[in-house]
Design a protein around this ligand. Structure first.
Ligand code: Q46
Ligand code: ZN
Ligand code: ZN
Length: 319
């Protein structure tokens, strides 16, 4: 897991116990053995939960899981830390990718005796992401993100959970911050925090993985024996998010710690300076689902109206 040659593990010692290290964390100028790396992951998550007041003792969480490394890692970390956390899987109808991702989420839950709430876009709402993308003539991630946000919020509120947990890691948050800053999306910058408080029609949303990188969550899964879907979503191609991640990785390579400085520096010294536009508690109620809406129908119900009657579009045609 370290960069460098095969002698690395023999030569490099864990910062804590001096046993052979299995991973180097350059931004912390530290190397860890298996046990101390796993402990480091526990501590980083506990610190994020505590520092940003994400969850209080006794609260119940709903973890949005995709079958990928980040969401399964955070579900595992929360359950091991003693939190009551159920999973939520939304089937997006993205061909084989969705089939495979559902399998990983279900197996993870079944092997650990955890509850997994499942929603299927096609079966429950009459459309899927490739069809919604074709109908709206926008990038797939737009209809997909809108659908997930709505269904995650709804499931958390309907299930009486105290918070909705997502697996966004430091790389994700830094990349989103980079994109929002490049375009000075001040409205988004005002809301880019690891915790969004609950409001009318919205559950509290928390991101307890913000102190861990993508490489660290992948290492966590490997060391814990968590089987996850490695394949990326086939509809992500051309997504600017990936380009921002690459640019930040380049910076990180030259100057370890830049990513964390960029993101946590923003939270500590800049986030307060941006004001969100529309206040979430000013919204009316959707005539169809009763959820928060800027007009008569919420954006999700408008999408359902347009996409549910359309001829299904196979995922291959969207690539
Ligand atoms: S699943 Fe959906 Fe992602 Fe695929 S279509 Fe885009 S948003 S890339 S996290
Ligand atoms: Zn050690
Ligand atoms: Zn609605």
């Amino acid at each position: 897991m370290a960069d460098g040659d095969g002698d690395w593990a023999r030569l490099v010692k864990c910062r804590v116990c001096r046993q052979p290290a299995i991973i180097d964390l350059r931004r912390h100028n530290a190397n860890f053995c298996v046990d101390h790396f796993l402990r480091y992951c526990d501590q980083q998550v506990a610190k994020a939960i505590d520092e940003f007041e994400m969850l209080r003792p006794g609260e119940r969480a709903l973890v949005a899981v995709s079958g990928g490394k980040d969401s399964l890692a955070i579900w595992d970390l929360l359950v091991r830390a003693g939190w009551e956390a159920d999973g939520l899987y939304v089937g997006l109808g993205i061909g084989d990718y969705s089939e495979a991702s559902a399998g990983y989420a279900r197996r993870f839950a079944a092997e650990r005796g955890l509850a997994l709430v499942e929603i299927d876009l096609r079966a429950d709402h009459g459309y899927d992401v490739p069809t919604a993308a074709a109908v709206t003539r926008r990038v797939p991630c737009s209809a997909c993100g809108l659908s997930k946000r709505h269904l995650f919020d709804r499931a958390a509120l309907d299930g009486g959970y105290d918070a909705l947990v997502t697996g966004h890691n430091l790389d994700d948050e830094a990349a989103v911050l980079y994109g929002n800053t490049m375009r000075w999306q001040t409205d988004y910058l005002a809301r880019q925090r690891p915790v969004l408080p609950a409001g009318p029609g919205f559950p509290r949303k928390v991101k307890p993985l913000v102190r861990l990188t993508e490489r660290e969550t992948a290492a966590y899964c490997v060391l814990r024996g968590i089987d996850y879907l490695v394949e990326e979503c086939p509809m992500a191609a051309g997504n600017k998010h990936l380009a921002y991640k690459e640019a930040l990785n380049e910076m990180e390579l030259r100057s370890p710690g830049s990513k964390a400085d960029f993101y946590f520096g923003f939270l500590a010294r800049a986030a307060d300076r941006f004001e969100a536009g529309a206040r979430r508690d000013d919204l009316g109620a959707c005539r169809s689902c009763g959820g928060p809406a800027e007009s008569e129908l919420c954006a999700f119900c408008r999408l359902v109206e347009r996409a549910a009657g359309a001829e299904p579009v196979p995922v291959e045609l969207r690539r």
